[in-house]
Design a protein around this ligand. Structure first.
Ligand SMILES: [Zn+2]
Length: 393
């Protein structure tokens, strides 16, 4: 008797789930044929680091933050979980923030597939929508392979768990400042391009120990892309292009400063919040290293955001390595001039940070560097992992 009752309850629950699913599908199908307004076409989509931003209206060039703030996600668990009867929420409200690193957080989504709605309108895509895919960082050894595609006319995000990245894909791109004939700052026998290689190589080693797949813009004193790439980092094979092809979610640019200051400076995108920079600054200060607050664009102790000089409202970063590697979210404008065929890939970019550990032309800074550069790099890696909520064993 008890068993029969259980069966009946299960059957009732299953039919409710099925009815719910059909209801969603049929309301969309009937409304689209009736020309109703319950679907809204996606205008654009981009992923910055591990956060997705969705637009249903054309980007206003004056306001680069016109993405949707309120999203409803409809969730379908993977087929094998459905059979096992795993309980999963079928819809979820997500509020995105005003900064490019506050979009839909991809690594927080469970494996399965998702469709989207905003203000009760399902978000649709045309047949010519080009799928966009990537991978999140490993967390507890698992990466999420995310793919935005069009399925039955609706924007669909599928998340599947994988343990390794395909060949050619990386988690983190480490930019080693300068190289080739570009020495960067030179003073008292120190050459910035060499010191950057020293810090970046150590950084790569530490990140790999924490389970990340890492690539560097260079691993010796020459630069990828040769002489031409020194003048033009956007050419195929040069550092900006290498980043897009690496599929990396994050960029860390390693530099030493010059020009008469002392201490560290940290730069993040003008369109991102300050959380990442704060995490690094806090760790540097805990080593008794201190901030240099002498540059323009200061927004906190040792932390900076620098806009291009031309127009404050175009949402563009002054430093090309942040601006041009961030994908559409950061409004890059040089890279696509040279790599027209990479337009689709530009819908995703890396979230970046630029570290000026200290001043190469300051004698006492360099004494500190020789004694403590490893600790500075360790502090940077620790704070990155804590910001990413990844890589902590
Ligand atoms: Zn530099």
């Amino acid at each position: 008797m008890n068993r029969l009752l259980t069966k009946l309850i299960l059957l009732l629950a299953l039919s409710l789930v099925l009815l719910g699913g059909c209801g969603l599908l049929s309301s969309w199908e009937s409304s689209s044929t009736a020309g109703d307004t319950t679907v809204v076409p996606l205008y654009d989509l981009c992923v910055y680091g591990e956060h997705a931003l969705l637009w249903i209206e054309e980007n206003d060039p004056e306001e680069y933050n016109g993405w949707l703030r309120q999203l409803t996600l409809y969730y379908q668990p993977p087929a094998e979980q459905e059979q096992a009867g795993a309980e999963q929420p079928d819809s979820q409200e997500v509020i995105c923030g005003d900064q490019v690193n506050q979009g839909l957080c991809l690594y927080q989504l469970a494996a399965g597939s998702y469709t989207f709605a905003t203000a009760d309108q399902l978000i649709s895509v045309d047949e010519d929508f080009i799928a966009l895919e990537g991978y999140t960082l490993p967390r507890d050894g698992i990466r999420q392979h995310w793919t935005f595609s069009g399925q039955e006319g609706l924007l669909t995000l599928t998340i599947e768990e994988v343990s390794t990245l395909p060949a050619g894909y990386y988690d983190i791109f480490i930019d080693v400042g300068h190289g080739g004939t570009d020495t960067g700052a030179v003073s008292d026998g120190y050459v910035e391009a060499e010191e950057n290689l020293r810090s970046a190589s150590y950084m790569a080693k530490l990140l790999e120990q924490r389970g990340f797949k890492v690539t560097l813009s260079r691993d010796d004193m020459s630069i990828a892309g040769g002489m031409e790439a020194e003048d033009n980092p956007y050419l195929a094979g040069a550092r900006v292009d290498s980043l897009y092809r690496s599929g990396a979610s994050y960029l860390i640019s390693n530099h030493l400063n010059s020009g008469g200051g002392s201490g560290f400076q940290i730069y993040t995108s003008v369109l991102a919040d300050n959380t990442w920079a704060e995490a690094v600054a806090e760790q540097f200060v805990s080593l008794d290293w201190y901030a240099d607050n002498s540059n323009s664009g200061l927004i906190g102790n040792g932390m900076y955001k620098r806009w291009t000089n031309d127009n404050h409202h175009t949402g563009r970063d002054y430093y090309f390595i942040l601006r041009e590697t961030g994908g559409y979210a950061l409004a890059p404008y040089r890279y696509k001039v040279y790599n027209d065929e990479m337009k689709a890939q530009l819908r995703r970019g890396a979230e970046g940070i630029l570290l000026e550990y200290l001043f190469l032309d300051n004698r006492s800074d360099m004494v500190f560097w020789d004694l403590h550069y490893r600790e500075l790099v360790e502090a940077a890696v620790n704070s990155c992992c804590s910001y990413w909520q990844a890589g902590e064993y």
